[in-house]
Design a protein around this ligand. Sequence first.
Ligand code: PMP
Length: 283
Amino acid sequence: MKIYIDGTYYDKDEAKVSVFDHGLLYGDGVFEGIRIYGGKVFKLDEHLERLYDSAAALYLTIPMAREDLARAVRDTVSANEKHDGYIRLIVTRGRGNLGLNPFTCDRASVIIIVDDIQLYPQSCYEEGIAVITASVRRTPPDCLDPRIKSLNYLNNIMAKVEAIQAGCLEALMLSREGYVAECTGDNVFFIRGGVLVTPDSAQGALAGITRSTVIEAAGQIGVPVRVACVTLYDLYTADECFLTGTAAELIPVTRIDGRVIGDGRPGPLTADLKRAFLAAVAA
Ligand code: PMP
């Protein structure tokens, strides 16, 4: 495995960051998870746009032009001879002094890891998963906008701990107002009466790239889509429910807080959307 750090490739055991990197000390940095399908980097432009937006929001200068970073990502994929896999692109604030002040860090660091990822066992895709609602609320946009894909995932990890303790693999997270925001590492969709609905990302969710791919795919197969304020009632009474994410792709949810969704099996529209999603990916 060849890991890119600031222009140089390192073997896995040699790929290291400084203990003074503010990414480690304070979670100060941004990242992207990106798929490689059939030798091509999926939606690289969209991922780079989100990365640069996240960095801008954090007053973090990515020390490379976008085209150069795109090239570095593609080159690292080639260097690892990966045809299908997962890229973790990380920009940390870089090495600085102890203390929060990011201006003590001279230069941000760029790291690119190319690897495989499987978040959920295959059986979960066939049978669906159970989720719970976490008691911990999603960080509100006036504290740290969830559209920023930062290295600080503690809010999500707190909810993930609740999920695991409850015997589930994912947890729903609500906004401070009680609307459904997203899951700890995935966006959420539900279907009711043939209409596909997902929470507005302005409600406190990451603007997921898989989410937008699924919305486009729905348009292509004629499934109406609504972006709306979503409550737990909407999910409990849904015909079908699923989650989306780069790593998870599209995974059916068949139980929420103990309630059975639909007939307790992954639904037919979810299957259609999954097919349309995979067709978009193949294209
Ligand atoms: N929400 C959160 C909190 C995430 O971390 C992610 C990515 N793992 C998603 C949603 C899904 O976004 P994407 O489809 O761009 O991977």
